[in-house]
Design a protein around this ligand. Structure first.
Ligand code: ZN
Ligand code: ZN
Length: 309
């Protein structure tokens, strides 16, 4: 009896290992940050093994790669990035890893905005830090552009794994239909805000694409640092702009320190009206753990705050 059980166990073991070999290896995908990670999962489904480098609520600007990241990039089949100088940590990581995987810039063929100021400011640890980006990298804040990211991902997956290409293309097409419906929904949400109230203030200038596509103007602090006396003048000029343009709300942001926007809100006599998700998704328990939830949440938060008296 014992011996036959052992035989059966051996037989089962052989069968299982055979089927493990027969099953296709998943496509190893590295996504630079959470929003691209979500797109990759929507297109790749169960056929990909996904590593996302900069996680939820984290700022890609100040990210320092871990040794595990270099390993993931080294063994990747495809590396998906935003490009346009968004992931400043990436080129060194790619080089150090020695990967031979294609590094695919998802903003390719998207409708990109030039930045007349040559970049934007971040407020990091009390200091103003200029991020030089002649082309605005925050292209995902336009749903039309997000659809281009998705199409580029499907093409990259098909090039690396032709066996599952039809499925990648079908997933991308279905997801892009969801995105088109969301685009319409956001236009309706913003349409509820009276035209003379469509001005808000954000912590960093990440919403120029949202502004272009949905007609809400965003002001943001330029070169303001709470650590420097010189920036009192910059704060004063922003407060004047807020009054001239009759901005109706100040928003915090999931990746930014709230000290600066709190100071601006109090000097402008406005309330802080909730947090927007700019350069990262929320964790699974938050309101923006997927791109679609993020865009819906932002539009709703903006519309509610701007329409309120
Ligand atoms: Zn930046
Ligand atoms: Zn940003």
């Amino acid at each position: 009896m014992k011996r036959s059980l052992l035989k059966l166990a051996c037989f089962l073991y052989v069968i299982t290992s055979m089927s493990a070999v027969a099953a296709a290896e998943p496509l190893r995908v590295v996504a630079s940050f959470s929003i691209i990670g979500d797109f990759a999962r929507q297109v790749g489904g169960e056929h990909i093994e996904l590593t996302t480098l900069v996680g939820p609520n984290s700022d890609a600007h100040v990210y320092s790669p871990r040794p595990a990241d270099a390993k993931a990039v080294a063994r990747a089949d495809v590396v998906l990035v935003n490009g346009l100088s968004f992931e400043e940590f990436l080129s060194r990581l790619v080089k150090a890893s020695g990967t031979r995987a294609p590094v695919v810039e998802l903003t390719r063929n998207a409708d990109i905005l030039n930045d007349p100021k040559g970049g934007h400011y971040h407020f990091i640890n009390g200091e103003a830090v200029f991020h030089a980006t002649p082309n605005d990298p925050h292209a995902w804040q336009s749903i039309a552009n997000a659809k281009m990211y998705v199409q580029n991902i499907a093409e990259a997956f098909c090039a690396a794994d032709s066996t599952n290409c039809a499925e990648y293309e079908a997933n991308a097409a279905a997801y892009n239909e969801t995105l088109s419906a969301l685009d319409t929904q956001i236009r309706l949400t913003i349409a509820d805000v009276p035209k003379d109230r469509r001005v808000g203030v954000v912590a960093h200038n990440a919403f120029r694409y949202f502004e272009r596509d949905y007609g809400v103007t965003f002001l943001s602090p330029q070169g303001v640092s709470t650590a420097s006396e010189a920036s009192a003048a910059d704060v004063a000029s922003l407060i004047r702009e807020i009054r001239n343009k009759r901005a109706a709300a100040v928003f915090a942001e999931n990746i930014s320190d709230t000290r600066l926007v709190r100071q601006i809100a109090s000097e402008a006599g406005l309330e802080l009206s909730g947090a927007l998700y700019s350069d990262a998704l929320s964790t699974a328990s938050g309101p923006a753990s997927h791109y679609t939830d993020m865009m819906r949440h932002n539009a709703q938060t903006i519309a509610t705050a701007l329409a309120a008296d």
